[in-house]
Design a binder for this molecule. Structure first.
Ligand code: ZN
Length: 379
């Protein structure tokens, strides 16, 4: 029996270049709109039960993050619930950069993805599940280019305005797993820091800022090919309505603290990038960010501050990026949280690598650190 590959489903992405044997395929990734970025893949292998499948994804030296491939392991699942790491190798000299996944499926279907997917249907399940809880308000901030709602869940009675938003880059699905963890924690009466935060702040959570890119199986852009995290200085209704909708809602509330949730393809660490180079940034803003990082260190063994992006030079921050734009516009504390696609080198779990469960656990730590920060400061 010959195996087959399919990707015409929610967040699917792969192109079959050729079949090399009964369960051997040479593949490539379809770029996002605009043709500039590709890295996300998600497909189903069928009809290879009990056979060693050899899946070769080629052309990766031209992918968005070539340094993402060495040391990376693809994720596989038979039931689409539990995802684990597959034996994976990368050779930059083979067919312009080739990732080879070797796996023997134990059942007739096997799903393979860059990271555990977070589907649009699961997004709607999450929003629906939260919207019916007491104290939660579900708002639609606007519409994507494909007509999907930009959902926002709000709760809390305090004076501070807190914004969490995720998946500007749709292939960074760990960001929405993080959001699921945050929402479950905030609505869990047994999670004490959640109750403190709800008394300290009004919380606005946007679990998915880029539903079009998510559904289309993109890494980094929306339907128009816009990298949303380069649109915050001048978002427009035709190119980046998703950013325009969220930024307008932020204008209406003001922002005291904002967290932009991402995944990093190359670095095997959890880290935070700040807004150091923003013109006119205050000592108080920078002190608040440093204090937040120190508190998060105390709450999470996964978080660290040794490895990350170098801060931009004074006055040189890119104001088209959300955290810089928000720190500049609102004088707030704004941070970009990065989780790895690889395993977390500080607290490795080789069987799964970084995972949905670990993303959700990190969300709880991030909330606890924020509750501590608000307890000790007057921002
Ligand atoms: Zn990102």
């Amino acid at each position: 029996m010959s195996a087959s590959i399919a990707s015409a489903f929610d967040s699917g992405n792969i192109r079959v270049l050729r079949q090399d044997g009964p369960s051997a395929f040479t593949l490539s990734i379809v770029p996002d709109a605009g043709g500039e970025f590709f890295q996300w893949f998600h497909f189903r292998l069928s009809g290879a039960r009990g056979q060693e499948a050899c899946l070769r994804i080629t052309g990766l030296n031209r992918s968005a993050y070539p340094l993402g491939w060495p040391g990376y392991r693809a994720r596989i699942s038979a039931d689409r619930q539990i995802w684990r790491a597959a034996p994976t190798s990368f050779d930059s000299n083979e067919e312009e950069g080739t990732l080879t996944i070797r796996v023997t499926p134990e059942s007739d279907h096997l799903w393979i993805a860059y990271f555990a997917p977070y589907s649009i249907e699961r997004h709607h399940d999450l929003v629906a599940r939260m919207a019916i809880l007491p104290g939660v308000r579900a708002r639609v901030l606007g519409s994507s280019l494909d007509g999907q709602p930009i959902d926002c869940l709000e709760m809390g009675e305090g004076e501070r305005e807190v914004w969490f938003y995720a998946r500007q880059h749709p292939g960074e699905t760990m960001a929405e797993w993080w959001m699921e963890g945050a929402l479950e924690a905030l609505t869990d009466p047994g999670f004490a820091p959640g109750a403190r935060l709800l008394a300290q702040a009004r919380l606005h959570l946007v679990p998915n800022m880029n539903p079009d890119g998510s559904a289309r199986g993109y890494l980094r852009t929306n339907a128009a090919g816009a990298n949303l995290n380069r649109e915050w200085a001048n978002p427009t209704a035709t190119r980046s309505p998703e950013v325009l909708a969220v930024r307008s809602a932020m204008e209406a509330t003001g922002v005291d603290f904002a967290l932009d949730v991402h995944g990093d393809e190359a670095l095997p660490h959890v880290f935070i990038a700040g807004f150091e180079g923003v013109p006119g940034v205050t000592e108080g803003q920078l002190r608040g960010l440093e204090r937040y990082k120190a508190l998060l260190l105390a709450h999470s063994p996964d978080f660290q501050t040794k490895v990350g992006y170098p801060p931009s030079a004074p006055g040189k921050a890119n104001l088209s990026m959300s955290t810089n734009q928000l720190a500049s516009r609102f004088g707030c504390i704004a941070a970009t949280l990065e989780m790895p696609f690889k395993d977390c080198a500080d607290t490795p779990t080789p069987e799964t690598q970084w995972s949905p469960e670990r993303s959700k656990t990190l969300a709880r730590a991030c909330l606890a650190a924020l509750a501590d920060l608000f307890d000790e400061t007057r921002i």
